[in-house]
Design a protein around this ligand. Structure first.
Ligand SMILES: *[C@@H]1O[C@H](CO)[C@@H](O)[C@H](O)[C@H]1NC(C)=O
Ligand SMILES: *[C@@H]1O[C@H](CO)[C@@H](O)[C@H](O)[C@H]1NC(C)=O
Length: 989
């Protein structure tokens, strides 16, 4: 229940889309060394350093007849992984015309570099046809007789190349190779190193139906008429589906854009409009934009629409505007205010002013991710941008602020300085995810955003990273499916968590100074992880802090997983050892081997602790790839490691250590901070899951919750307690767990009540607490929710925003078919995105099998459920005990359609696999999942599949280890409480 996130499927905001590693299907794509040609010919696998390049201009020419006389040298292409072995494909690639395609690598060579693109598009939103002309000015980095460029689903109708004097260069052959999305232009003469050329292309394509490239979206106006907009989503590899381009992040260039449109529309681009002029065609208008800054292709964006707008000038004179359909524009003021504020703040934080004259934020009705940081034109899912004070919950409002803060952070991390290659995606996403809590916290100081970091980032990251099927933060990727697959919790949340840990030992000021230096050194350019470490090393050394930043951080970025620190204390002598923590005992082989064996799964751990003598200030010892021992001062009665949970590791204590901490929680829990309480809860329940300690330890610890009043520990506890509920589905422990949770929440439920008041965190807590009460079967809570639901349905009585989720869910769960139909009606007519999203969730709660089935079938009909929402429906239905089997059947039955729809967006594929398989707990179900996926293509969802299978194994393991102990403990405990009730009836509500 507690992950009723308003909208948590957005990969760009760092949400739980832990998706797929490629189960060693890399033979085709692992280029490893710099270049690979097909095996039978002189092959030019050259891996040389810069010194060698200066010394020898190595030129290797192809010699085989029919092979173009392309010339390649050993210029290292940024980001090409050097440790992977290159395996040439077994059959030479064949172009669409049947000829051999001479370039076998999925990466482009770095022979030519684009300087600027002049792109003119004529899209027609009625016919869906797009006509384009493109002039790319490029410079030859190396001598070459071929230009290779990306293009996907594009028909090139003419092409020509000219040298800088305007003299044409004959293009002998033009080849297309769809599997690698590449176009090959074979030239009659050699391009000269350092010279500039102009490539002219005209092309045709269609507006796409999906959620990437240049695609069509639609909404209903106030009269119920359907209106179309055309919009883009390019990250990571879909710019090539809109226009031919060198679609790799290090191939930065300037963009000159113009778009032909009808007068009823207007257009947006990364830069402001320069001019509008009539065209020869009747009534059409040509919009031309100012030249962009130097930027990567995946950040280009343009929109054709008829939206309304609100705007504002920031203190630093950036024109910020929010665009949305007219029916929603009244919900845009909050994001306008927050984005203006955060943009100015980041100017100061990063020490580099935002370089563009404007920043547009636009709500796109069909949007796969949460938002996309296109430079100067950020696109959002409606729920991530629209806020209405009467309707929108605190959680949904927080999401708006957080997503805005995330995307604005990208304007520096990602846009100004871009990762050299996708393997370092975490540099973009980890940083933006780290900054989003800071940015949102600045805009909303009362929200405790920095405290929430633990539950929003660290806990989910630790949870995923404890699987063998996790992956290192820095991970080699080459083809588009692999690239898609790393937009996951590891890049986002583990990335953010290790920066947070770094900040814990160097401090915010040094971190800031290091980041500024990094941005300064690499602006309008690209960087790798090591560039960040060297900037940070430089500033720490300047301040006389002798830390081997790279040495420390490499242990966290190059290896998958994290350590479990096992501590035992004897007579004041502490022994702490480290070992990789894997939650599932029965494991297949490590998919990351042999790449990461070098560090041997040991880490440089900043081991911190507090004790009863010093509960407010922590002490730190470094564990430098080793175990350590040290002595405590006298009179230590308890010790808690990982103070404030700033470190990315877990801790296990000896039995006396756990007892002492449990004692502190039971007697005076506020001795420990809310963060420390949450960290103990998360560790203890996870260690039980792993079979490391007995379930009774976690359950005994959890008893302190009767006195807990804070959101962060409760949120953590709900995650685990309700997971145990769902794991024991069909077992006696199921009802016992619900009964037990009910005894824990009752005092807080009674305290917190049904008035939507208090601080932000109190509101978040109330929402989860009421929902927990309903789940535990609290009659009063169920009746109150049903009463409010009927009042809303029949008398149009508005429900306070933070109570809506529990009221709608309960209303549908205990309601009639008519109640469900009413929600469907509201879903279809509401103009409030947060309300629509609650309806989607509520409709999944029905206990009517026919309605469950109907709802699932709606996901196949795009006119009923938008593709962007399919995942949410499947996930919510799978969480409903009566929905898990129908959802699983549905996904199997319609796998081909689902994969046609989401094949490009791996986070969706992976998330769907996880959503429908996550309730499974038996070997039988494991077998079913394995059998089904054995023969189907999951594309970029492969790592997610491996993670899903491991998770089911983990659930089976939980049963084997804990089912009996949990049942036994709960029986004993609950009968004790019943006795107490009999003796002191007045003390119990
Ligand atoms: C591209 O060419 C193919 C094959 O000739 C054709 O079927 C398709 O309709 C064309 N697409 C566009 C957008 O012109
Ligand atoms: C799109 O096509 C329709 C129908 O042919 C035409 O009326 C309209 O002007 C076209 N719009 C553009 C932008 O070409």
């Amino acid at each position: 229940m507690s992950d009723h996130d308003v909208d948590d499927i957005a990969f760009l905001t760092g949400s739980p889309n832990e998706s797929g590693f490629m189960v060693n299907k890399r033979a085709m794509y692992e280029p490893g060394a710099v270049m690979v040609c097909s095996q039978k010919r002189a092959c030019c696998v050259v891996t040389m350093g810069f010194i060698a390049i200066i010394a020898v201009a190595l030129i290797v020419a192809f010699t085989k007849p029919g092979c173009p006389e392309a010339t390649y040298t050993g210029e290292p292409v940024p980001g090409m992984s050097s440790h992977a072995t290159s395996i040439p494909p077994t059959t030479p690639p064949t172009a669409t015309n049947g000829e051999e395609f001479p370039w076998t690598d999925v990466r482009l060579p770095f022979h030519v570099k684009p300087l600027d693109y002049h792109l003119k598009l004529h899209p027609n939103l009625t016919t869906k046809h797009v006509a384009g002309t493109l002039i790319i000015k490029l410079t030859a980095i190396e001598e070459t007789t071929a230009i290779i460029i990306h293009g996907r689903d594009i028909n090139v109708t003419s092409y020509s190349l000219h040298n800088k004097y305007g003299k044409p260069i004959d293009i002998r052959r033009f080849l297309v190779y769809p599997p690698h999305q590449q176009l090959y232009l074979e030239l009659s003469e050699m391009l000269r190193r350092g010279s500039n050329y102009t490539l002219n292309l005209t092309f045709e394509t269609n507006l796409r139906e999906g959620l990437d490239g240049f695609y069509l979206s639609s909404y209903k106006d106030s009269d119920g008429n359907k209106r179309y907009i055309a919009t883009t989503h390019f990250e990571p590899t879909s710019a090539r589906a809109a226009f031919p381009c060198f679609d790799e992040p290090h191939m930065k260039a300037r963009f000159h854009m113009s778009i032909i449109r009808e007068p009823r529309h207007f257009t947006l681009f990364n830069m402001p409009l320069k001019s509008s002029s009539p065209t020869n065609e009747s009534d059409l208008v040509l919009d031309t934009f100012q030249e962009s800054v130097e930027m990567s292709t995946y950040l280009v964006a343009f929109v054709v629409c008829d939206f309304a707008m609100v705007s504002n000038m920031t203190e630093h004179k950036v024109n910020v505007s929010v665009y949305a359909p007219l029916t929603m524009i009244s919900q845009a003021n909050y994001s306008l205010r927050v984005s203006s504020y955060i943009l100015d703040y980041y100017d100061k934080f990063f020490g580099v002013p935002y370089p563009l004259p404007k920043q547009d934020l636009i709500a796109i009705p069909d949007f796969g991710a949460g938002a996309m940081e296109n430079w100067g034109l950020i696109t959002y899912r409606e729920t991530a941008l629209m806020f209405d004070p009467v309707h929108t919950s605190s959680r949904a409002q927080q999401r708006v602020a957080v997503v805005i803060a995330h995307e604005l952070a990208h304007q520096w991390f990602g846009n100004l300085v871009t990762m050299s290659w996708w393997s370092d995606l975490w540099l973009n996403e980890g940083f933006a995810s780290f900054m989003e809590n800071i940015g949102a916290g600045i805009a909303e100081p009362g929200w405790a955003m920095e405290e929430q970091f633990i539950v929003e980032k660290i806990h989910p990251a630790l949870s995923l990273d404890a699987l063998m099927a996790s992956h290192p933060i820095s991970t080699p990727v080459t083809d588009p499916a692999q690239i898609e697959s790393i937009f996951d919790t590891i890049s986002y949340k583990k990335g953010a968590s290790i920066i947070n840990m770094l900040e814990s030992f160097i401090g915010r000021e040094l971190l800031k100074e290091g980041l500024r230096l990094y941005l300064e050194n690499n602006r309008y350019s690209n960087a790798a992880t090591d560039d960040l470490w060297s900037a940070l090393t430089e500033v720490t050394q300047k301040h006389n802090t002798m830390l081997d930043i790279k040495g420390i951080m490499d242990t966290w970025t190059l290896q998958a997983g994290f350590p479990l620190i096992s501590v035992s204390v004897q007579d004041g002598h502490v022994m702490a050892s480290q070992a990789r923590f894997l939650v599932c005992e029965e494991n297949v082989t490590d998919p990351n081997e042999p790449h990461n064996a070098t560090l041997g799964y040991k880490w440089q751990v900043p081991l911190t602790y507090i004790t009863n003598n010093n509960p407010d200030s922590s002490t730190m010892h470094w564990m430098n790839l080793t175990d350590i021992e040290f002595d405590l001062e006298k009179d230590v009665t308890w010790i808690k490691f990982n103070a404030g949970q700033r470190g990315f590791y877990r801790v296990n204590y000896d039995p006396e250590g756990w007892d002492a901490l449990i004692h502190v929680l039971h007697t005076n829990h506020t001795t420990l901070s809310a963060a420390d309480r949450a960290s103990l809860i998360d560790d203890v329940f996870t260690l039980v899951k792993a079979g490391t300690i007995n379930a009774s330890v976690a359950l005994e610890l959890s008893q302190y919750l009767v006195a807990e009043t804070m959101y962060i520990p409760w949120h953590t506890a709900f995650q685990h307690l309700f997971q145990w509920v769902s794991l024991s589905f069909n077992y006696p422990a199921h009802t016992l767990m619900l009964e037990y949770i009910h005894t824990l929440i009752l005092p807080q439920y009674n305290r917190i009540g049904w008035n939507d008041t208090g601080t932000h965190l109190e509101r978040l807590l109330r929402s989860e607490m009421l929902s927990a009460a309903v789940q535990c079967g609290n009659t009063e809570a169920i009746q109150e929710a049903q009463r409010m639901f009927q009042d809303w349905r029949n008398n149009n009585q508005s429900i306070p925003p933070n109570l809506r989720s529990v009221v709608y869910d309960t209303g549908v769960r205990y309601g009639s078919k008519d109640d469900w139909e009413h929600c469907w009606q509201v879903y279809n007519t509401s103009t409030v995105p947060s309300e629509k999203s609650l309806m989607l969730q509520a409709m999944a709660q029905t206990r009517d099998p026919w309605l469950v089935q109907q709802y699932l079938e709606y996901t196949l009909d795009h006119s009923k459920i938008r593709p962007q929402d399919v995942m949410t429906v499947l996930k919510e239905v799978s969480k409903n005990p009566g929905g898990r089997l129908p959802a699983w059947r549905m996904v199997r039955q319609h796998w081909t359609e689902i994969s046609a729809l989401f094949g490009h967006g791996s986070f969706t594929m992976g998330a769907i696999i996880k959503a429908v398989t996550s309730p499974f707990t038996s070997s039988f179900e494991l077998g079913e999942v394995e059998n089904f996926f054995r023969d189907v293509e999951v594309g970029p969802g492969e790592r997610a599949l491996a993670q899903a299978l491991e998770t089911i194994r983990l659930h089976i393991q939980w049963h084997e280890h804990n089912q009996e102990d949990v049942t036994h403990w709960l029986h004993k405990q609950l009968s004790k409480e019943t006795k107490a009730e009999e003796t002191f009836p007045s003390e119990v509500e």
